[in-house]
Design a protein around this ligand. Structure first.
Ligand SMILES: [Cu+2]
Length: 427
């Protein structure tokens, strides 16, 4: 275990002092988890009970596993075989000493929303011994068809762009979609219709009902500069304020982060595919290459144990690799940005590098054809904020062209990463 992990656990133990946490039990649990962080959320319970086989007689307890960000189809250096690492996660889940009752996948099932990617995912997930899987889409699952394909496969019983709720042994689970219809310059978004639905969905439940919200993009603001937050999450969270225990599970950022705010516990999961840098430690978000022998330490699964007695959740993040983790964050990509084009030429070029358009503002003459080239390891799009042009999702080195014939200002953004904005001025 790293010193950093020790410090975080000590800090958390300090917070939990009055909640009956047994330090020895806690640390025993850490040993069981190997490299995982164990968190006992809101209310606190002796977490060692949640994992020891001898305590399974507590019939009302159950556990589920969260996986996230499988990005099936991704094949860049950060992880050339994301199907294999998903398989490793599945093996790990199947080997858990307590069988999870279901699985939650918090989105980015695929990398480019391609049918073959969805098929590969489906095939792999068939190997899970837990048969019930609940999904929410990530922005990568809605690249081509406003999420139609996702909905056909996984959204049959859902509302709107794929939101729904269900109850399991007295716990109310709500799957939310905050990756649809994203606006230029904004963060994740739930939207008015979903918020209305959420409010009425929760109304029928007593304040003592434990609530679990899950969505792809974090429902708390982690790092808005990289789009790691949801514009209208405050409103969603206002509807759960009256509940005694609320747990919020997210993916998207490909690393473990957590925060406890009164009765609210926030938790983001690792990816099964590739890690991303810690906020602000690299020029941008995006796949982070770590030495191959360290990859499995930064990928993993989240094992959530629910104890009815404590009305709280114990969460274990378990890396895929078996070796103790040393934090393998060695920065992001370092390739230099290509030179920008000369403004005003009949043809103009914009590069997409480190999640930004370079140059961000371009002035051209009428009739100029602008070519955008994606130099990132992640897909991006070129979407006119005025609805005048719209590219498909551009994978690495793919291009999009548009000829600007009329004078005017043309703001645009990436609909996958709406924080990415640019503009073309024609005059
Ligand atoms: Cu983008």
């Amino acid at each position: 275990m790293t010193q950093e992990n020790h410090d975080r656990i000590d800090e958390r133990l300090q917070q939990l002092k009055n909640d009956g946490i047994d330090r020895r039990g806690f640390l025993k649990c850490m040993a069981w988890a190997g490299t995982g962080l164990v968190w006992t959320l809101s209310g606190g319970i002796p977490v060692s009970r949640a994992f020891g086989k001898t305590h399974r007689e507590r019939g009302a307890d159950f556990s589920f596993v969260q996986i996230s960000d499988s990005h099936i189809g991704f094949n860049k250096p950060a992880n050339p075989d994301v199907t294999a690492t998903l398989q490793a996660a599945i093996n790990k889940i199947n080997a858990l000493p307590h069988a999870p009752e279901f699985i939650i996948h918090t989105g980015d099932l695929t990398h480019l929303s391609k049918p073959g990617e969805f098929d590969t995912l489906e095939q792999a997930l068939k190997g899970l011994s837990a048969k019930q899987i609940y999904f929410v889409p990530g922005e990568h699952d809605m690249l081509e068809d406003n999420g139609e394909q996702y909905l056909q496969r996984y959204g049959k019983q859902t509302k709107g762009t794929g939101w729904y709720s269900f109850d399991h042994k007295g716990v109310h689970f709500v799957g939310l979609v905050n990756v649809a219809n994203l606006k230029a310059g904004g963060l994740g978004s739930l939207g008015h219709e979903q918020l209305e639905w959420l409010e009425s969905d929760l109304k029928g439940h007593s304040a003592s009902t434990p609530i679990v919200l899950f969505a792809h993009i974090p429902l708390w603001t982690i790092y808005p500069e990289w789009g790691w937050g949801t514009d209208d999450s405050e409103q969603a969270l206002s509807y759960v304020k009256r509940f005694g225990s609320v747990t919020v599970l997210n993916g998207h950022i490909h690393q473990v982060m957590q925060k406890v705010e009164g009765k609210l516990s926030f938790h983001t999961a690792m990816s099964t595919a590739f890690p991303q840098p810690a906020p602000g430690t690299a020029p941008s978000a995006g796949p982070m290459k770590v030495p191959a022998d360290q990859l499995q330490r930064v990928l993993g699964i989240t094992d959530v144990n629910y104890m009815v007695s404590g009305s709280s959740l114990a969460i274990v993040d378990s890396p895929l690799g078996a070796t103790p983790s040393s934090s393998a964050r060695n920065g992001g990509k370092t390739e230099a940005a290509p030179a920008s084009m000369a403004a005003g030429s009949p043809a103009a070029e914009v590069n997409i590098d480190n999640f930004s358009f370079t140059p961000g503002a371009v002035t051209v003459r009428p009739g100029t054809q602008v070519t955008w080239t994606n130099r990132d390891d992640m897909p991006h799009t070129i979407d006119s904020a005025q609805g005048k042009f719209k590219s498909a999702a551009l994978d690495t080195d793919e291009k999009f062209q548009f000829r600007f014939t009329e004078a005017g200002e043309y703001p645009y953004f990436c609909r996958i990463h709406p924080k990415m904005t640019g503009s073309i001025v024609v005059r």
